[in-house]
Design a protein around this ligand. Structure first.
Ligand code: ZN
Length: 73
């Protein structure tokens, strides 16, 4: 599976639990840093380029792995 970082605020599946998530990212030319966010279902950490810390991650659809709690990795 590709390790390419997600570089925009489009939704994507969580590679750990299968939920579809969308970080709410604010961007500004020349002022982008790597900001971290977590899957709201399992807590898996991702990072993307953003102007401000990511305070909100939209859960588009729930996890599909049938488990609860954090993912093991
Ligand atoms: Zn997840």
């Amino acid at each position: 599976m590709s390790k390419r970082p997600y570089d925009d605020s489009h939704e994507h599946p969580c590679t750990c639990c299968g939920a579809t998530i969308r970080p709410v990212v604010q961007k500004q030319d020349g002022h982008n840093e790597s900001e971290e966010y977590n899957c709201p279902e399992c807590g898996k950490e991702y990072s993307t380029r953003a102007s401000l810390p990511i305070t909100r991650v939209v859960l588009v659809s729930g996890r599909t792995d049938g488990r609860t709690g954090r993912c093991p990795d």
